[in-house]
Design a protein around this ligand. Structure first.
Ligand code: MN
Length: 318
């Protein structure tokens, strides 16, 4: 995906939010409605003025669930990324990924695409056909640590992920490790991503790494977490220092749990770029608009995106 039209308000600086707490907390953070392209409605949970990142997770869009009419599906033309990994978790529906390394990969329900931008990649994401039907997905970005952010770009498709059953929930290990199972997705900092779903009333105590900060998002249905009723549209930030998390559901629901070691580097996020310094962002913007350094994407029916104008945005050096 491509970030929505950026303005000076959505330059995201990882230091521009409250400091990471050193203990468990409970913060309800409202997601913001957004739109990508002409009709793809999303709820953005990260970045947010209250929390810019959870571990290295620096971006979280919840897409759908929604029915799309003919010609109304995903159509995000070629666009660039630097300094991050895009992480797509497909729940319902399909999408075609094409990138400048030459990969063309359909992602289907239960599958993960992870694209490592490193020093630069471009990709496009489109509906598989013009009748996209039902779509439900999450797209996340993971900031690469400074020592890894200039690495060569890469793309991995994971058609199967580890699944365990606990307390009436079906738990899919999307990233990192839980319940003795490790996701095959290559990541470059200690982090966790779990999908949890139940089809009836269920109760689970999820084991957590107390060195991680965590956040929980309901994707469908409702749940109760530490006495907090939760529904789609609210990210529950949990802080650090928890060894377990009790989740109660009265009926079918689906949740996304993310976590990681607090990311101790400054991260600037603007449009589709993650950098450390305004110069990183400015160079990537200029290079993309000049057609330099990001390769080319073949086969997308959608037009190439142009990086927005940076000139009205104060990117002060720190
Ligand atoms: Mn993208």
């Amino acid at each position: 995906m491509s970030n929505t039209q950026p303005t000076s308000q959505n330059l995201s600086d990882s230091r521009d939010c409250p400091a990471t707490p050193d203990q468990p907390v409970l913060e309800r953070i409202a997601t913001r409605d957004g739109q990508i392209g002409t009709g793809l409605m999303i709820r953005r949970a990260l970045p947010n003025p209250q929390r810019r990142m959870i571990g290295a997770w620096c971006f979280l869009d919840h897409i759908g669930p929604r029915d799309y009419g003919r010609g109304q599906g995903i159509a995000v033309g070629p666009h660039p990324h630097i300094g991050l990994q895009t992480f797509t978790w497909m729940i319902e529906g399909e999408m075609m990924h094409r990138d400048s390394l030459g990969y063309a990969q359909v992602i289907r329900p239960g599958q993960v695409n992870i694209m490592t931008a490193g020093r630069g990649i471009s990709h496009a994401e489109d509906a598989v056909n013009d009748d996209p039907g039902h779509l439900h997905a999450a797209q996340l970005w993971i900031a690469l640590p400074d020592a890894e952010r200039h690495r060569a770009p890469a793309f991995d498709h994971h058609p199967e992920l580890p699944v365990v059953e606990d307390g009436g929930f079906r738990v899919t290990v999307l990233a990192g490790a839980a319940y003795g199972q490790t996701s095959p997705a290559r990541v470059y900092s200690p982090l966790l991503g779990l999908d949890l779903r139940c089809t009836d009333a269920a109760e689970i105590a999820i084991p957590l790494n107390p060195n991680f900060e965590h956040g929980l998002l309901v994707l469908s249905g409702t749940a109760t977490v530490l006495g907090e009723p939760l529904a789609p549209g609210t990210l529950l930030y949990l802080g650090i220092g928890r060894a377990t998390l009790a989740v109660l559901a009265d009926a079918a629901c689906q949740l996304l749990l993310i976590g990681g070691e607090p990311f101790d580097e400054t991260v600037l996020l603007w449009w589709n770029f993650v950098g450390r310094d305004p110069a990183d962002i400015a160079k990537a913007t200029d290079d993309w608009n000049a057609g330099l350094g990001f390769g080319a994407v073949s086969g997308s029916p959608s037009p190439r995106l142009t990086a927005p104008d940076l000139s009205g945005i104060q990117l002060t050096s720190r």
